[in-house]
Design a protein around this ligand. Structure first.
Ligand SMILES: NC(=O)c1ccc[n+]([C@@H]2O[C@H](COP(=O)([O-])OP(=O)(O)OC[C@H]3O[C@@H](n4cnc5c(N)ncnc54)[C@H](O)[C@@H]3O)[C@@H](O)[C@H]2O)c1
Length: 716
C-alpha cells in the first residue's frame, strides 16, 4: 500500500503502475475538503515512490466522483475573498500536481464524473469510460463556474465550441457523446474497465501513445485562429443570452473566462478562472441556486425516509378520467405502477386514454420513447366504468369534479369497493381534507394528494395531512408520488393548502393594483421581465381559468375573511361575469388564437380594457417597484404565516413548493431566500409602507421580532 486514508487508497500494481482508488465511507465519492487534502497527500506519496511508471485513477463506488461537496459551499462562499481565493489556489495546486506527475496518468470512469469529478479526469493524460459513465460540468446551473480548472482544461481537450456548450448548458454527457468530441479516449463494457485502462496506460508508458504532447497541449494557450475564435465566442454569447437570460449570469461569465484565458498558458488561465469564480460565488443568484439544490436534497431525503415507512404501492386506481385523472394515469403508468382509470362516462375514458397516447406519441417523435414502450405504458392503464377493477388497488386517487357533495358520495362508494387497507387520496384543489374525511369510515387511511396541471410537466405534489390521516398513509402517498417522479411536500390541511393559500394573496395584490387603475399587461411585463416569473398574474389567471380562479378565491375569502374577504367587485369578478374564462374559451385578460403554424398565440384585447375601465376608471402608471411590492408582499407574508402556523414544516420545503408548484424564479431561491437576501428588517419596513392596503400587507409579530434580532430564515 502506497497510501491510505478514509477516502483514498493507493496501491502498487504489476508493471510499476499505481492504482489510486477514491472510496469514501458514504454512498458516493465527493470532493469535500477532506478528500482534497487526502488527494494531495496521496499524490505526494506517489511522487516519492521509486520506479513508478504510471498512475490509474479508479473509484470503489458505482460512480467515479459526483462533484464537489455542495453542502460546504454556502459557508465557504460567505468567507472573505482572501479565504476563498486561498481555497481555490490550494485546490488547484492539487489538480496541477496530478497533471504534472513525471509519468502518464489515466482515469477509469464509471457512473458520474461531474463537476470536480470531471475536473479530476481532465487533469489526467488519458480517459477510459465504461458505458455507465456520465460526464459534465454542471456548475453554471448553480450560478458559478467550474473552479478546479474546468474552464481551462476542457476547451483545450475538446475544443472551444464543444467546451462552451458543455459548460454553459451544464448538461452531463453520455460516453458516446464524450468520445465523439474527444473528452474520453475509449468506451468499454463495465467489466472491462480497469483492464482496458491498464492496457492503454501501458501503451502510453511504452510511448505508443504520445501522452507528452497531449499534456503539453493542455498546458498551452488554446490554438484557435483569430477569426474562428471571434466567431465561436460571439455565437456562444448570443446563444447563452437567449437561453439563460439576464437573471442567470454564470453561463455568460463562463464564456468570458474561456475567451479571456484563450491566449494564456495553464497557470495564468487558472488565475482568470479564480477571479471570475470569486465574483460569482458572492452573487445572490449563486446563493439562491445553491440553496435550491440543497433544499431539493432535503425534500428528496424526506421522501426516501418516508418510503421506508410506506406500504408498497404495486397497483393504483384513479377516479375520474378528466384533465387531472388522465394525467395521473399517464404518469403512474409511465413510471411503472399499473393503474385503473375509472369514470362514469365512456367518452371521458376515451378522452383520458387519448391524452396519454398523445403524450407518448410526442415522446416517440422526440426520440425519447419507442412504440414498444408506448404499448407497455398504455397496457399499464385499465380504463373502466366499473368499480370492480378498483378492488386490488393499493392506493386510489380521487380526481372527479370539484364538488363537495359529488366527492363525498364518490369517496363513500369507493371505500365500499377497495380492500381493507387500501389508501385513499383526493386531488381536490379547494375542498378541506378534514371535511372530505368525514365521508369515510376509516379517515386514517385518507389524505390529500394535490397534483398540478399539466401533471406530466409539473414537478410538485402537495400531500395534505388531515387531522386523522395516519403517518403510514402520509408516508405511502409521499412514496407513491416520488415513484411517479414527482417531488412531494407534506403540508397540513387549511383552505388552499399551501400553494393556493399563498397564490391567492398575490392575485389579490394584482386585483388591488387594477382597481387603482394599473394596466394588467404592464404588470405582467414587470413580473415576467423584472421579477422573473414564467407568467405574469393576468396571464397565469388566464391559464388557470378565471372560473376556477373565481371559485377558489371565494373559498379563500371564506377561509380567511379578515385578510382575504372582499369588499367589492374585483378584476377577477369582472372577467368572470363577462364569461371571459381565459385560455379555455380563448378570452380572458388577453385573447387567444392559433397562429399559421398552429401555435397558440396571445394578444391584447381592447374589450378587456373597456370592461376594466368601466369598473375602475382611467388607467394610471405605477413604477416597477410599486408593482412588485404590491403583488409580492401579500404572497410573502402569507408564506411566512404558513410556516408560523405549521402548515408547512420548513422554509426549505416552502421555497421548493413555490419553485416547483408555481415557477417562483429559481434565481431568487423562493420566498424565504428572497426575504433573507433583502434582510428581514428591510422587508418589514417595506411592508409597513403598504400596510394601509389591508390585512394582507400586515407583517406578523414574529417577523418583527426576527427583524429586531437581526435574524434570518435560513442559517448559513
Ligand atoms: N384542472 C386543474 O388545473 C386542477 C389542478 C389541480 C387539481 N384539480 C382538481 O382535480 C379534480 C378533477 O379536475 P379536472 O380538471 O380533471 O376535472 P374534469 O372536469 O376535467 O374531470 C372530472 C372527471 O370526473 C368524472 N366524474 C364525475 N363524477 C364521477 C364519478 N362519480 N366517478 C368517476 N368519475 C366521475 C367526469 O366524467 C370527468 O371525466 C378536481 O377536484 C379539481 O379541483 C384540478
Amino acid at each position: 500500500m502506497i497510501y491510505q486514508s478514509p477516502t483514498i487508497q493507493v496501491e502498487q500494481l504489476e508493471d510499476n503502475i499505481a492504482r489510486l482508488c477514491f472510496n469514501a465511507a458514504g454512498s458516493v465519492n465527493k470532493f469535500d475538503r477532506e478528500t482534497l487534502t487526502s488527494l494531495d497527500a496521496a499524490l505526494d506519496a506517489i511522487k516519492q515512490q521509486p520506479n513508478l511508471k504510471g498512475l490509474m485513477l479508479v473509484s470503489g463506488k458505482d460512480a467515479f466522483i459526483v462533484g464537489a461537496d455542495i453542502t460546504e459551499f454556502l459557508g465557504l462562499f460567505a468567507q472573505d475573498d482572501a479565504v476563498l481565493l486561498n481555497w481555490l489556489e490550494e485546490a488547484n495546486k492539487v489538480f496541477n500536481k496530478l497533471e504534472d506527475l513525471p509519468f502518464p496518468t489515466i482515469s477509469a470512469i464509471k457512473g458520474f464524473a461531474l463537476g470536480g469529478g470531471c475536473e479530476t479526469i481532465l487533469a489526467t493524460d488519458l480517459r477510459v469510460a465504461d458505458t455507465t459513465a456520465r460526464i459534465g460540468l454542471p456548475e453554471t446551473k448553480l450560478g458559478i463556474i467550474p473552479g478546479f480548472g474546468g474552464t481551462v482544461r476542457l476547451p483545450r481537450v475538446i475544443g472551444a465550441d464543444n467546451a462552451l456548450e458543455w459548460i454553459t448548458t451544464g448538461k452531463d454527457q453520455r460516453p458516446e457523446a464524450a468520445l465523439k468530441v474527444g473528452a474520453i479516449d475509449a468506451v468499454v463494457a463495465p467489466e472491462a474497465l480497469e483492464t482496458a485502462a491498464i492496457q492503454m496506460l501501458n501503451d502510453a508508458i511504452a510511448e505508443k501513445i504520445d501522452w507528452q504532447s497531449r499534456r503539453n497541449h493542455k498546458l498551452s494557450p488554446l490554438t484557435l485562429p483569430k477569426l474562428e475564435a471571434m466567431m465561436s465566442f460571439a455565437t456562444a454569447k448570443g446563444m447563452v443570452f437567449q437561453v439563460a437570460g439576464k437573471h442567470y449570469p454564470a453561463p455568460m461569465a463562463a464564456v468570458d473566462v474561456i475567451e479571456q484565458a484563450a491566449g494564456a498558458k495553464r497557470d495564468e488561465a487558472l488565475q482568470i478562472e479564480h477571479q471570475a469564480f470569486l465574483k460569482l460565488a458572492k452573487t445572490e443568484v449563486a446563493q439562491a441556486l445553491i440553496g435550491i439544490f440543497l433544499n431539493d436534497q432535503l425534500v428528496k431525503g424526506k421522501a426516501k425516509k418516508a418510503s421506508k415507512q410506506a406500504k408498497p404501492v404495486n397497483s393504483a386506481a384513479v377516479l375520474g378520467a378528466g384533465i387531472m385523472g388522465g394525467g395521473i394515469a399517464y404518469q403512474s403508468a409511465s413510471k411503472g405502477t399499473p393503474i385503473v382509470m375509472k369514470d362514469i362516462a365512456q367518452p371521458a375514458l376515451e378522452l383520458g386514454l387519448g391524452e396519454a397516447s398523445k403524450l407518448l406519441t410526442a415522446q416517440i417523435k422526440r426520440g425519447r420513447s419507442t412504440p414498444e414502450k408506448m404499448a407497455a405504458v398504455l397496457n399499464n392503464i385499465t380504463a373502466t366504468l366499473d368499480y370492480s377493477a378498483v378492488k386490488q388497488a393499493d392506493i386510489v386517487v380521487e380526481a372527479v369534479v370539484e364538488h363537495p357533495k359529488v366527492k363525498a358520495t364518490v369517496l363513500a362508494e369507493v371505500e365500499e369497493h377497495v380492500s381493507e387497507d387500501a389508501i385513499i387520496a383526493s386531488n381536490t384543489s379547494t375542498i378541506s381534507i378534514n371535511l372530505l374525511a368525514k365521508s369515510l369510515k376509516k379517515p386514517e387511511r385518507f389524505c390529500g394528494m394535490h397534483f398540478f396541471n399539466p401533471v406530466h410537466k409539473m414537478p410538485l405534489v402537495e400531500v395534505i395531512r388531515g387531522e386523522n390521516s395516519s403517518e403510514e398513509t402520509i408516508a405511502s402517498v409521499v412514496a407513491y408520488a416520488a415513484k411517479m417522479g414527482k417531488t412531494p411536500i407534506v403540508v397540513n390541511d387549511c383552505p388552499g393548502f399551501f400553494v393556493n393559500r399563498v397564490l391567492f394573496p398575490y392575485f389579490a395584490g394584482f386585483s388591488g393594483l387594477l382597481a387603482d387603475g394599473a394596466d394588467f399587461a404592464a404588470i405582467d411585463k414587470v413580473m415576467e421581465k423584472q421579477f422573473g416569473w414564467p407568467m405574469g398574474p393576468a396571464y397565469l389567471l388566464d391559464v388557470v381559468g378565471l372560473d376556477t380562479g373565481h371559485h377558489a378565491q371565494a373559498v379563500m375569502a371564506e377561509g380567511f375573511p379578515d385578510r382575504m374577504g372582499k369588499t367589492g367587485k374585483d378584476a377577477i369578478d369582472v372577467m368572470f361575469e363577462a364569461q371571459r374564462f381565459g385560455q379555455k374559451n380563448a378570452k380572458g385578460f388577453y385573447q387567444y388564437s392559433v397562429d399559421r403554424r398552429g401555435k397558440p398565440k396571445k394578444d391584447i384585447d381592447p374589450v378587456s380594457y373597456e370592461l376594466l375601465g368601466n369598473t375602475f376608471g382611467e388607467l394610471k402608471e405605477f413604477t416597477k417597484d410599486e408593482i412588485i411590492a404590491r403583488t409580492m408582499i401579500p404572497m410573502i407574508i402569507e408564506t411566512v404565516r404558513c410556516l408560523e402556523e405549521g402548515i408547512i414544516a420548513t422554509p426549505a420545503e416552502a421555497d421548493m413548493g413555490l419553485v416547483y408548484g408555481l415557477g417562483f424564479p429559481p434565481f431568487r431561491g423562493g420566498v424565504f431566500r428572497y426575504i433573507d437576501t433583502m434582510g428581514v428588517a428591510n422587508f418589514v419596513a417595506l411592508a409597513d409602507k403598504y400596510a394601509h392596503l389591508g390585512g394582507l400587507y400586515q407583517v406578523t409579530d414574529k417577523m418583527r421580532e426576527l427583524a429586531a434580532n437581526n435574524g434570518s430564515y435560513y442559517q448559513a
